[in-house]
Ligand binder design. Structure first.
Ligand SMILES: N[C@@H](CCC(=O)N[C@@H](CS)C(=O)NCC(=O)O)C(=O)O
Length: 223
């Protein structure tokens, strides 16, 4: 039995959750709060002092990308072709700057200041906007429409779909959902993913008031 440990939010665990679900493996989604995180950290249960982690019968795996690659292998979402596999890995590693764009805004307790900084990140020349443009151009370059140009959906798509659109759920003060429709290529990609039968089935239980509304078909239309 595998156990994924993370906070309840989608964050860095969501792509892994989809891969584990699609794999058909028996797994548990353990959501922890700050106190449990601290306790696990002090008990030495987090190899690098952070979550997500995946507890397996052989030991614990940390680092979201490593866990995604492991879960993706179980789900058959790692291309067998070495070049395509490397391109999927490249895409995942290349997305790190988007994940980090908001880092300087966490831990700012003044709400107005936090909102101001986040609006700057997604403002005209902010790091976030630059990354959205870059990701849009990567998807446009793909001949298959899948993020890393693979023949079928891969772990790179799980990472892009959840890591990008999850930022606009309202969970992060100051980041408005209305930003997404400014990127037509990303909107089109969202439609491809959200309407895929595997993704539809995974989010079948999710409603529009759920934090995961960003992964539903048409989520950003008319925003
Ligand atoms: N490179 C790591 C980063 C993990 C990370 O930043 N985890 C955050 C939650 S999203 C965390 O554990 N924060 C608690 C802390 O640092 O005290 C990965 O991708 O797994």
């Amino acid at each position: 039995m595998l156990r994924l440990v993370y906070f309840p939010s989608p964050g860095r665990a969501e792509a892994i959750r989809i891969a584990l679900s699609l794999s058909g493996t028996d797994w548990e989604d353990l959501s922890i709060d700050g106190a449990r995180f601290q306790a696990m950290k002090e008990a030495g249960e987090l190899p690098w002092g952070m979550v997500p982690i995946l507890q397996t019968p052989e030991g614990t795996i940390a680092e979201s990308s490593a866990i995604l690659r492991y879960a993706g292998r179980l789900a058959g979402m790692i291309p067998e072709d070495p070049y395509q596999c490397a391109k999927a890995d490249e895409f995942i590693d290349g997305m790190e700057p988007l994940s980090k764009a908001l880092d300087s805004t966490f831990g700012i307790s003044d709400l107005d200041e936090r909102i101001r900084l986040r609006k700057e990140v997604f403002g005209p020349s902010g790091k976030g906007s630059r990354n959205l443009l870059l990701l849009q151009s990567k998807v446009a370059e793909s001949e298959t429409g899948w993020a890393a140009g693979t023949d079928d959906m891969s772990i790179a798509d799980l990472k892009l779909f959840t890591g990008l659109f999850g930022l606009f759920s309202g969970n992060y003060d100051g980041i408005e959902a209305s930003i997404v429709p400014e990127y037509p290529g990303l909107m089109e990609y969202h439609g491809k993913m959200a309407n895929d039968s595997r993704i539809l089935a995974h989010y079948a239980h999710v409603g529009v008031d759920d934090i995961r509304w960003t992964f539903l078909p048409g989520a950003f239309e008319g925003r």
